[in-house]
Design a protein around this ligand. Structure first.
Ligand code: PLP
Length: 393
């Protein structure tokens, strides 16, 4: 048998990531591959750092994309900042906080867990209580936008509390970057990582990170070697670093970086504040449609993410059957529940390029049809009108 070229179908991606990729990003990625130390490429890398600083709202010198997906950005933060024996307070309100715990322990650190209800923001008081009870803690870690539940936490306040107890902070901004307000310098975040496949609307596989001067000092003064050769920032900086001549560390994913460069240019054209506002406006229109149908959100209103809408599955509905109708008949992907939320929620992403009026109306219309076919107890024929009314208002 001869295997032929692979041609994926054209889908609309409204799940928890990857999100729809802008055609401009895809065409940028098809440009000619050049050497990763070519002076032209090095100039592009410098522009990339400038664009990432813009997206993160930071002047941090050490701001760059890790050559691997968001999970590797997470790991880069933990392996560089956590030394064996270090106590790390991890606030968990969903799946990704659990991965932070794994990372701490694999670095030889001691994870002190602060548990919050899934579907709620991280509780600042619980963090403060944990810091009072663990005066020897060195780092506080939490997820800004918990993609498994759709909850947004108050990063500014959590970082303030951590600093009051002399802790550095590691913040997961994989889903928040470009979708929710995020001010790395003003909020004094020490280490932050994101991903390209959520609100940046780039292909999966890169992880923008940024480290403050304080974080860098801790990394430079480590007593032990970073356990990961690939992610050791002391080495990676030789390639992505500032003034000194760039040296080979690993071969950068050249064409993937063209894509990220283009997606950041698009972000800059729109203006990051406008991007945050667009995500919020579109969330409100989707919400109007979903609520008109009788569907309900699991996160309280003032803790909701605009780019990730988690809604309860109506009683007795086969949730996978609904997602199959959307995928097969509408070429539309929405997300299932993850971890403790499996089988309980759908996650509708409105991320980056995918956060637009056309997608919202497509999704509401498709859900109306699919829920009718599985005989779910919802109100039919009202969702699209409710969303349009929200857009008009
Ligand atoms: C998607 C996601 C990750 C992991 O990113 P990958 O690109 O899948 O490795 C980490 N944290 C959060 C909050 C995410 O949503």
């Amino acid at each position: 048998m001869t295997i032929k070229s692979f041609h994926p179908p054209q889908r609309t991606l409204m799940g928890p990531g990857p999100s729809d990729v802008s055609p401009r990003v895809l065409s940028a990625m098809a440009r000619p591959t050049i050497g990763h130390l070519d002076p032209v490429f090095v100039t592009m890398m410098d522009e990339m750092k400038t664009l990432l600083k813009y997206a993160f709202k930071t002047d941090n010198e050490l701001t760059m994309p890790v050559s691997a997906p968001g999970s590797a950005g997470m790991e880069t933060c933990f392996v560089n900042l956590v030394e064996p024996g270090d106590k790390v307070i991890v606030c968990q309100n969903g799946v990704f906080g659990g991965r932070m715990k794994e990372n701490v322990e694999r670095c030889g650190g001691i994870a002190v867990m602060v548990q919050d209800d899934w579907g709620r923001a991280v509780d600042a008081q619980k963090l403060e209580d944990a810091l009072k009870a663990n005066k020897d803690a060195k780092i506080v870690a939490f997820v800004h936008a918990e993609t498994s539940t759709g909850a947004l936490s108050d990063a500014k306040t959590l970082v303030e509390i951590a600093h009051k107890y002399n802790c550095l902070t590691i913040v997961d901004a994989v889903t928040s970057l470009a979708g929710s307000k995020l001010l790395v310098d003003e909020w004094k975040i020490d280490a932050i990582y994101s991903g390209t496949q959520k609100c940046l609307s780039c292909t999966p596989g890169l992880s923008p990170v940024s480290f403050s001067a304080n974080a860098l000092e801790k990394i430079k003064n480590r007593k032990t070697k970073v356990q990961s050769w690939f992610m050791d920032l002391n080495l990676v900086m030789g390639y992505w670093g500032g003034a000194t001549k760039r040296a080979y560390h690993h071969t950068a994913p050249i064409n993937a970086l063209y894509g990220l460069h283009e997606s950041l240019v698009i972000l800059q054209e729109e203006g990051i504040e406008n991007s945050w506002a667009r995500h919020q406006k579109n969330h409100l229109a989707l919400r109007a449609g979903l609520e008109a149908m009788g569907l309900t959100f699991i996160v309280p209103e003032n803790e909701r993410l605009p780019q990730l809408n988690a809604i309860s599955i109506p009683e007795g509905v086969d949730e996978a059957a609904v997602r199959n109708i959307l995928l097969n008949d509408y070429q539309l992907e929405i997300g299932a529940g993850l971890g403790a939320m499996a089988g309980k929620v759908w996650r509708i992403g409105l991320m980056g390029h995918a956060s637009n009026q056309r997608n919202i109306l497509l999704c509401l219309n498709a859900l109306d049809d699919a829920l009718g076919r599985v005989k779910a107890p919802i109100k039919h024929g009202v969702a699209v009108a409710a969303a349009n009314k929200a857009f008009a208002g």
